[in-house]
Each structure stands twice: as C-alpha cells, then as structure tokens.
Design a protein around this ligand. Structure first.
Ligand SMILES: CC(C)(COP(=O)(O)OP(=O)(O)OC[C@H]1O[C@@H](n2cnc3c(N)ncnc32)[C@H](O)[C@@H]1OP(=O)(O)O)[C@@H](O)C(=O)NCCC(=O)NCCS
Length: 169
C-alpha cells in the first residue's frame, strides 16, 4: 500500500494516500493488484466492482519500466480476477464478478488508450474539460464478450519476458 501510494504520487497530481489505500482495501468493492519483480513493485492497478459493474480507478507503471508491455499482464490479471469474483473470495465473501465495465482516460494519454483497447475497451463518449487542466476525458466501456475476444486475440507472452508476478491485495 505505501508503495502504491508513492507511485500514485509520482504519476498523478491528486492521487490516493497510503491511508486511503488501506481504507479502501477493507471495502468489498475494492480490488487492488501489484506487479512485482524481485519483491519490488513496478506497477499497480485499482478497480472497483459494484453491482456487477467494474470501474478501472487507476493504473500506473514506474516511469523507468514503461513501454515494455508490462501493463497488459497486470491489467489482464486484475480484470480476470474480478470477473471471476476472486477479489471477494479472498475477503471471505461470496459474490459476483462484473458483467460490464468502464473507465475515464485523458484523450491525450496514448499509451493508456492503446492498453485499454487491447483489452477490449471501446470509446463510448467523452467529458469535456473533465480534468483540472482543461483536458477532455474519454469514456471507454467493455463487456465480458469483448474482454473474452481480446483475450483470445492477444497472443500469449507478448510482454517482455521478465520475472514479474502479479499479486492481489
Ligand atoms: C498507462 C500505463 C500504465 C501504460 O503502461 P506502459 O508500460 O507505458 O505501456 P505498455 O508498454 O504496457 O504498452 C501498452 C500499450 O500502449 C502502447 N504504448 C506504449 N507507450 C506508448 C506511447 N508513448 N504512445 C503511444 N502508445 C504507446 C503500446 O504499444 C501498447 O499498445 P499495443 O498493445 O497495442 O502494442 C503507463 O504509461 C503509465 O503508468 N502512465 C502513467 C499513469 C497513467 O496515465 N495511467 C492511466 C490513467 S487513466
């Protein structure tokens, strides 16, 4: 959690603090995952799942590890884990996964948009001047069928072959 908060502060002007991560973790709607190499967190993703609707709240990879294809396995793991409701099972709760999902992304964030499209997200609208600096947000949505199709399309092992693992938190 402190590592995720540190990376959040590095990547976003108004990110979550470690306390906010800890508080969210106890909630049923929260699902958080870290990408690790030799015990060091290289990236993280946080999602919410409410009433079978998933929202990608944030994802970030350490700046020096970007552009190496590490974001896909991290996000794929998180989406599949929540799809199967495993984030709830780890909290001792039975529950459904998601049937649809959405996220907001800066229109100018090419890497994030490419990542989301590779996982099956499609553009569904925009929010004008959504961000504090006046940039528009693009709304992207996904359903299970599109996720499955993207999963089949994506060849295995496309990410750089590093000894990384994804852990749920
Ligand atoms: C968004 C983020 C997680 C993506 O991770 P990454 O390591 O940079 O990207 P990857 O190497 O895994 O590549 C993901 C896709 O983006 C493409 N991509 C990577 N860098 C790119 C760039 N600078 N411009 C355009 N496309 C790019 C890759 O080709 C790949 O697409 P493909 O699967 O169609 O080939 C990372 O850039 C990041 O942490 N950014 C800061 C935080 C952020 O903006 N989070 C998103 C908030 S909505």
């Amino acid at each position: 959690m402190p590592e995720a908060a540190a990376l959040e502060a590095l990547c976003f002007s108004s990110g979550w603090t470690a306390v906010q991560f800890f508080d969210a973790w106890t909630e049923d709607w929260f699902a958080g995952y870290g990408l690790f190499e030799d015990g060091r967190m290289l990236g993280y993703i946080v999602l919410s799942v409410v009433c079978e609707e998933m929202e990608v709240l944030n994802i970030a990879i350490l700046p020096e590890y970007r552009g190496r294809g590490l974001s896909y396995p991290l996000m794929f793991f998180a989406m599949k884990d929540t799809l199967e409701g495993r984030h709830l099972l780890r909290k001792g709760k039975a529950g459904e996964g998601w049937t649809s999902g959405y996220l907001e992304v800066r229109v100018g964030n090419a890497a994030a948009r490419a990542l989301y499209e590779s996982l099956g997200f499609r553009e569904a609208g925009s929010r004008k001047k959504y961000y504090a600096d006046g940039e528009d947000a693009l709304i992207m949505t996904i359903d299970v069928e599109h996720f499955r199709t993207a999963e089949e399309r994506r060849s295995k092992g496309r990410a750089e072959r590093r000894n990384v693992t994804v852990h749920a938190h």
